[in-house]
Design a binder for this molecule. Structure first.
Ligand code: FAD
Length: 379
């Protein structure tokens, strides 16, 4: 069987890896460089932001994915020698008296329901474990079991493994259309430069750019770019121990002392670049939580386009009207957390093995419910 994967972000790369391991002849095409878009730019937090706002099937998908991470990390390390820097740093949500949304009750209910160990800390307890927290913090919610990883390291390890398995990757190859066999069955893809690549199945994993290809092929896939800007601070190791998240920003402390501050949620199309306004507001939110970071050096800034979807959920499965065309995109804020289960489910499914999880909420032709609760910018 031959499969063409459109898009070499973490979703396309890891699914291609799993397909290859199952004996599939797989080819990855990317319009630019692989692993250079959202999957590179992201923060690598291995837990959704405010997961209690999502449907239960989403939590089950996330949990299945997070359960696969220890083995994936070990597999990548033993096959490539590369460390993806997945570490357990815990997640702490400070609460302020003037919080617009009080998350405490919903967070506790979600944690109890799904077996996540959550502690409610008073102000003193919170500052005991995170000394630089502002003294205006009233209370904090703590999940010790939350992990993070460094996206560029994950991508590097997956790419090394793909190389080892001789999986062909063609960069600078933009797919412009899908080929059909005359009976609506997908037969391959065509690139902008006219090259044709035949396949028995095609996986559309083109991130924020997926909607255009779908539309061109005659089906609606409402994926749209949600820009996220990030600022990188340079501090001494252990300045911060936990991932800290508040409504307006999150901070992710890396092992080397760098602290990643993210991320905006902007509906500005594919407009690249960091803007002063957003960078300043991310830093203002940072200083509110951790005033002593005012003196930290700003080392770098970047941005990426999350593949957004109207209900915040990914699109996974076969396109009913186009047999042979599979979709794995729209992972929005959770593509790195969801990559292992996406890759496993999609590789199995393409080969005819039905997923054990209920995938109804993620099918490409599902009835969409706009999720205003999640507060996502709409297309
Ligand atoms: C600032 C920011 C912070 C984030 N933080 C987190 C987090 O903490 N945790 C988490 O789990 N997720 C996070 N995310 C989300 C996560 O990064 C994404 O959901 C995930 O990377 C999406 O992966 P992807 O492979 O679908 O898309 P991408 O990585 O964008 O890859 C898509 C690829 O498709 C290629 N492509 C597009 N069109 C074509 C075409 N026509 N032909 C060929 N190739 C094409 C592109 O060049 C690109 O390489 C964050 C994202 C951002 C931007």
């Amino acid at each position: 069987m031959k499969v063409v994967v459109i898009g070499g972000g973490i979703i396309g790369l890891l699914t291609a890896l799993r397909l290859k391991q199952k004996g599939v002849d797989v080819l990855i095409l990317d319009k630019g460089k692989v692993g250079a878009e959202a999957s590179w730019a992201g923060a690598g937090i291995l837990c959704p932001i405010h997961p209690w706002l999502y449907p239960d099937d989403f939590t089950k998908l996330v949990q299945a994915s997070l359960d696969l991470y220890p083995d994936l990390q070990a597999e990548l390390e033993s096959e490539t020698g590369h460390d993806i820097q997945r570490i357990q740093s815990g997640l702490l949500i400070p609460c302020f008296v003037d919080d617009k949304v009080k998350h405490q009750e919903a967070a506790q209910a979600w944690s109890d329901k799904f077996g996540w160990d959550m502690s409610r800390l008073n102000a003193d307890e919170a500052r005991e474990i995170e000394a630089t927290l502002s003294d205006t913090v009233e209370e904090a919610l703590l999940w010790q079991d939350v992990y993070q990883l460094r996206n560029p390291e994950l991508l590097k390890a997956v790419l090394l493994y793909l190389q080892k398995l001789d999986v062909p990757i063609i960069e600078g190859c933009e797919v412009s259309s899908l080929l059909e066999d005359g009976k609506s069955h997908i037969a391959g893809v065509q690139a902008v430069d006219g090259r044709k690549f035949k396949a028995d199945a095609v996986l559309l994993a083109a991130g924020s750019w997926s909607a255009a290809l779908a539309g061109q092929s005659g089906f609606d896939l409402p994926v749209y770019p949600v820009k996220g800007q990030i600022v990188l601070l340079k501090t001494k190791p252990n300045t911060l121990k936990h991932i800290i998240k508040h409504d307006d920003a999150y901070l992710v402390p890396r092992r080397d002392g760098r602290i990643l501050v993210g991320a905006s949620m902007e509906n500005v199309g594919f407009k690249r670049g960091n803007t002063q306004n957003v960078v300043q507001s991310l830093l203002a939110a940072t200083y509110r939580m951790l005033p002593s970071l005012k003196d930290a050096e700003v080392e770098q800034q970047w941005m990426g386009f999350r593949p957004g979807s109207p209900d915040g959920l990914p699109f996974l499965g076969e396109v009913k009207s186009k047999p042979g065309l599979w979709v794995a995109t729209g992972h929005y804020r959770n593509g790195v957390a969801l990559a292992p289960i996406t890759a496993k489910v999609m590789a199995d499914w393409i080969l005819g093995i039905q997923p054990a999880l209920n995938m109804g909420a993620f099918l490409p032709n599902r009835v969409l419910q706009e999720s205003s609760d999640l507060g996502y910018p709409q297309a």
